[in-house]
Every structure is written in C-alpha cells, then in structure tokens.
Design a protein around this ligand. Structure first.
Ligand SMILES: [Fe+2]
Ligand SMILES: [Fe+2]
Length: 189
C-alpha cells in the first residue's frame, strides 16, 4: 500500500518519493528535472534585469532551457491531466473531496502557457528587461505550481490510488506517452 512521508527536503518541500514508487515517483522526478531548468531561467532573468542587454551567453542559456522545458513540460502536464487527474476526479466524486486543488492545478497549467509565450516574444525582440522580468516570473510561478501539486495533489493521490493494477496501468500509459516522443519517463533512467 502506498503511503506518503512527511520528510522535508532541504528546500522545505515535502518528499513523497520514499514510499511512493511508480507513478508519483515519476511525477516527482520530473518536477526535480524541471526545477533545475527553472533555476537556469531565473538566473538568466536576473542577469538580464541587471545588465539590460542580451548577450550570446544569455541566448544560449535560454535556448537550452526552452529546448528542455518545451518538450518535458507538455509531456508532464499530459501525465497529470490525462493520467493522474481523471483518477483523482473519480475518487473525488466518491469521497466528496474538495475539487479546489485540481481546479487550481488546471488553471495554472493554462496560465503558464501565456507567460511562456510572452517570454519567447520578448526574447525574439531582444527586449532584455522584459525578458528578464518574464523569466523570473515564469520560474517563480512554475515553482509555486510544483509545490502546490506536491503539497496537495500528490499526498491525496498517494492516499487514494492504492490499487497496484491501476497504478501499473497508469505507469504504463505514462511510459508509452514519453516513448512515443523518443523520451524516457523521468525516474526510469
Ligand atoms: Fe502540473
Ligand atoms: Fe506536476
């Protein structure tokens, strides 16, 4: 049976990995990978705000971060929206659990797309200050989103998704989604 841990990581984020193998471990591993790129994006953003001009180094770092995030974030979001959330919705109806956490996660997924697009337009136009501000905002908002999921949705999922067959099926679905794009689902490397 899956259980959540209350272990705190150095950053203060709850760590559910130790007792949540499979689906939640994959989602958590993906969060960890995304956080590393958000750190890069935020650092470039602060640099742009301070210097007020784009250099080749800024562009290279941003392109590298986008190359990763543009592939991994949509796949991760699909893992949540198409594999995890439908199962939580089913349990939500059965247990009358508040739907607020799911609604927030869904609206945040939509909101990040808008911010991401505005950032790329600012980069295309070489608007250093605007790109810097948007990069910092996007990194902060996405990090908040990851924390929200780890503190509300993942513990709930660990509590209610306990059927080994269902979990195996969900994990297979996620693996196939990533494999179709030539990628390994995080946590399986
Ligand atoms: Fe998400
Ligand atoms: Fe997530």
């Amino acid at each position: 049976m899956l259980t959540t841990t209350q272990n705190e990581t150095v950053s203060g984020v709850k760590d559910h990995r130790l007792h949540c193998p499979g689906v939640l471990a994959r989602l958590q591993a993906c969060h960890d990978d995304i956080r590393k790129r958000l750190d890069v994006l935020e650092a470039v953003g602060h640099d742009l705000l301070a210097s007020g001009r784009f250099t080749r180094r800024h562009l290279a770092s941003m392109c590298d971060a986008f190359a990763f995030l543009d592939v991994v974030v949509p796949l991760h979001t699909a893992d949540e929206e198409e594999t995890l959330f439908p199962e939580l919705c089913l349990r939500e109806r059965r247990t009358s659990r508040p739907s607020r956490a799911l609604a927030i996660a869904r609206s945040e997924h939509a909101g990040h797309g808008v911010l991401d697009l505005r950032l790329k337009i600012a980069v295309l136009r070489r608007e250093a200050k605007a790109a810097g501000r948007l990069a910092v905002d996007l990194a902060r908002e996405y990090r908040d989103h990851l924390c929200h999921e780890e503190q509300s949705l993942f513990p709930w999922a660990a509590e209610v998704l306990t059927d080994p067959e269902l979990l195996a099926e969900m994990e297979k679905e996620m693996r196939e989604r990533w494999r179709d794009c030539g990628m390994d689902v995080p946590g399986m490397r």
